[in-house]
Design a protein around this ligand. Structure first.
Ligand code: NDP
Length: 296
């Protein structure tokens, strides 16, 4: 079997186009422009690239982008004051504080100071609780992107066996909650799971969020399963820098029914879902209907 490739790049372009159309409608019919604020503390090169891409994508869909770059030695009190001022700013509908923060800053305190209604990353403890109890929340962007692609591929997910490998707060756990919300039978696997390959082979949907290059080979995949590879690992092969996922693509694609590649799978969906979340937050703040198909 050769798996169908789930083209995250094309899917994300479509999501961004839907967001842009909705933003244009909001401006035209209500005179409202959604605004997204991104806060970057320090000069971490990867974070700088992410923030630059987020800014460009925000502008591209017609939203207002507010960028705040602070020095690496920013005092916690100053960062908290900035977050509070963004909470109070009616032009700002979404706030994202780029992680990781420098070690002298208390990330949990900073994230939990963001107004939950503006928490477009979905990391505020209120949003975590709302998602866990099946209530309307802001949903973390990467798992939301995975869910959108799975719904598109399968239609209904009800009754499917899903295995999520990884239990982080930003990917694994919210991914499992979302799949449960769509009535999958969900298993969360992690570093202490026994016979991981056998557990994974029980999955109709296998989500890899491990952070280990090409760990899940074709031996972990049930024939015909859908494989979502969240992993982004930078490795060197044959003297060249290369981006690979947590799934060994060639062997898994030979067994799976559908698979996301790396790059070009889950990655592009994360920013697209950030924009979707900012739009959703704006609609909710203004008491307007939420965009269909862009939320969990
Ligand atoms: P974390 O390091 O926070 O979590 C990794 C998880 O994998 C942990 O729960 C860990 O288990 C589990 N794990 C590690 N080793 C094994 C093993 N040998 N067998 C089974 N489970 C194992 O990573 P993240 O969730 O933050 O990220 C996961 C991957 O997704 C990374 O490659 C990251 O780069 C990528 N990512 C991609 C994004 C995108 O936009 N596409 C966004 C965010 C992340 P335990 O808890 O027991 O230690």
């Amino acid at each position: 079997m050769t798996a169908k490739v789930i083209d995250g790049k094309a899917f994300a372009a479509n999501v961004r186009a839907q967001v842009a159309a909705h933003v244009a409608k909001l401006k035209e019919e209500h005179g409202i422009q959604p605004g997204l604020a991104v806060v970057l503390v320090g000069e971490d090169p990867a974070s700088q690239v992410y923030v630059r891409n987020k800014h460009a994508s925000t502008i591209e869909v017609g939203m207002a982008s507010f960028e705040h770059r602070l020095p690496v030695d920013t005092a916690e009190a100053d960062l908290l004051a900035l977050v509070k001022s963004l909470n109070a700013d009616p032009k700002v509908h979404g706030i994202l504080v780029q992680l990781p923060l420098p070690s002298h800053l208390n990330s949990e305190l900073i994230i939990n100071t963001i107004d939950p209604a503006k928490d477009v990353d979905g990391f505020h403890i209120s949003n975590v609780g709302l998602l866990g109890t099946g209530q309307k929340s802001m949903v973390p962007c990467t798992p939301l992107g995975c869910l959108m692609m799975l719904r598109d591929h399968h239609g209904s997910l009800a009754g499917l066996n899903a295995v999520v490998v990884g239990r982080s707060n930003i990917v694994g756990k919210p991914m499992a909650q979302l799949l449960l919300g769509d009535s999958c039978t969900v298993t969360i696997a992690h570093s202490r799971t026994k016979d991981l390959a056998a557990v994974c082979r029980g999955a109709d949907i296998l989500v890899a969020a491990v952070g280990r290059p090409e760990m899940l080979t074709g031996d972990y995949v049930k024939p015909g399963a859908t494989v979502i590879d969240v992993g982004i690992n930078r490795i060197e092969r044959d003297g060249k820098a290369k981006l690979v996922g947590d799934v060994h693509y060639a062997s898994a694609a030979a067994v799976a029914g559908a698979i996301t590649p790396v790059p070009g799978g889950v990655g592009p969906m994360t920013i697209a879902c950030l924009l979707a979340n900012a739009l959703t937050a704006c609609c909710r703040a203004n008491g307007l209907p939420e965009p269909e198909g862009l939320t969990a």
